[in-house]
Design a protein around this ligand. Structure first.
Ligand code: PLP
Length: 426
């Protein structure tokens, strides 16, 4: 069906195709994208192009149709698009794992490649629980996290998402019951640090690990917090025999101004998840990294293996483009680019602070957030942004952007104008 008329395509989409967090049949009319290049999405209805203020959910950091990434996929495609990873291995996966070990916080040595962020969190939880099980402490099987988090949509990740107002409230009672701390305040407060220490100490006997998104909580509310809390977590976890997991799926690869958000605090977690921007937004792949301590624990068990092995584990196409994307990032002065976008967003979003109905404007790295005092009128906000030539996807009371790192100054200004327009009309 190469030339499906637009009306038919939309009708088939509505009737048969599930979209993220959507009902069936669909109620909202999605925009049909025909192609994408640089920072722009070209719409199929002939209405022109939109700047992508979302980087396709944090992932397309180098923009679309990038010649270097295209070539990485094309080159790999000519050799093999996939082979199983059980009993076989290949250069793209090994080279990617080596890069991840080299650039991630010191001490993370081992890499488990998965096909999505949610699965990388499942693997992280499995690693932590199995570590304690192997050491004869199976009662250490709960996770602790702070409220306001988001870790994905499969079962274990849902159990550590914010239990209130998030997308997974429906599942309370069915999910594993985890331990929740209050949401982290933006600035460092000793009383909150004590709250974390106290909870970890009180539950240490049953805790396998603490899992958090470092510095920026993404889809759970776009909140920022002091990196100093990461050091508090590290110390408390060490003191009470609890592992520490950082979910860097949204924050990794430069988004917050550091290569990994953990770098803001100089902390190494025991386990770290990366995804989203890892492949430059080209293909679906994520990874779970761990220290030798975690791997050794698992190896000492009665079942000395990690019993996980996705069919498409280590997919060569995804691994090749991930390697190319990381090289592309490190081969440029990315901190300056992210800083430039941060400055542009700060300037452009300043006017939103004075708008009626705006609670707070916050910017960190290449992330800009306008939080309203009321739930966003999604349709009105989206329409306002599209009228300004920008694609945004607000949720709850939040209008936000994390544009590709290649977004030029004029385009950053346009994105900021669209965020302000969406805040005014949404
Ligand atoms: C997006 C996200 C996930 C889930 O990743 P998927 O690839 O969508 O499964 C997990 N954790 C964080 C912090 C995320 O932003």
């Amino acid at each position: 069906m190469p030339d499906l008329p637009l009306g038919d395509l939309l009708e088939l989409d509505r009737r048969h195709v599930w979209h993220p967090y959507g009902p069936m049949p669909g109620r909202q009319e999605p925009l049909v994208v025909e192609s994408a290049s640089g920072v722009r999405l070209r719409l199929a209805d002939g209405s022109g192009e939109l700047i992508d203020g979302m980087s396709s959910w944090w992932s397309a950091i180098h923009g679309y149709n990038h010649p270097v990434l295209n070539e990485a996929v094309r080159g790999q495609l000519g050799r093999m698009s996939h082979v199983m990873f059980g009993g076989l291995t290949h250069e793209p996966a090994v080279a990617l794992a080596k890069r991840l070990v080299d650039i991630s916080p010191e001490g993370l040595e081992h890499v488990f490649l998965t096909d999505s962020g949610s699965v990388s969190v499942e693997v992280a939880v499995k690693m932590c629980l199995q570590h304690w099980r192997s050491l004869g402490r199976p009662e250490k099987r709960r996770m602790l996290t702070w409220r306001g988090g988001y870790h994905g949509d499969t079962w274990q990740p849902m159990s550590v998402c914010d239990p209130k107002g998030g997308m997974h409230e429906l599942w309370q009672g069915a999910l594993p019951v985890q331990v929740f701390a209050d949401a982290p305040p933006a600035a460092y407060e000793e009383a909150y640090a004590d709250h974390l220490r106290e909870l970890i100490e009180r539950h240490a006997g049953e805790l396998a690990a603490v899992i958090v998104e470092p510095v920026v909580q993404g889809a759970g509310g776009m909140r920022f917090h002091s990196p100093a809390y990461l050091r508090v977590l590290r110390e408390a976890c060490d003191a009470h025999d609890v592992l520490l997991v950082f979910d860097e799926i949204a924050t990794g690869f430069g988004r917050t101004g550091a290569l990994f958000a953990a770098d803001h605090a100089g902390v190494t977690p025991d386990v770290m998840c990366v995804g989203k921007a890892m492949t430059g937004g080209y293909l679906t792949m994520a990874a779970t990294l761990c220290t030798s301590r975690v791997a050794d624990g698992i190896s000492r068990g009665e079942v000395p293996v990690l019993a996980h092995g996705p069919t498409f584990m280590g997919n060569p196409l995804a691994a090749a483009v991930a390697g190319a994307s990381i090289d592309l990032l490190l081969g440029q002065d990315w901190p300056t680019e992210v800083k430039r976008i941060e400055t542009g967003l700060r300037e452009g979003l300043a006017e939103a602070e004075a708008l009626p109905g705006v609670r707070e404007v916050r910017v960190l790295g290449a992330i800009g957030v306008v939080q309203l005092e009321h739930p966003v009128d999604m349709e009105a906000a989206t329409r306002a942004a599209v009228r300004e030539g920008v694609w945004l996807r607000p949720f709850r009371d939040l209008i936000y952007t994390m544009p590709p790192f290649i977004t030029g100054d004029d385009d950053v200004a346009q994105v900021a104008r669209a965020v302000c327009a969406a805040a005014r009309e949404g």
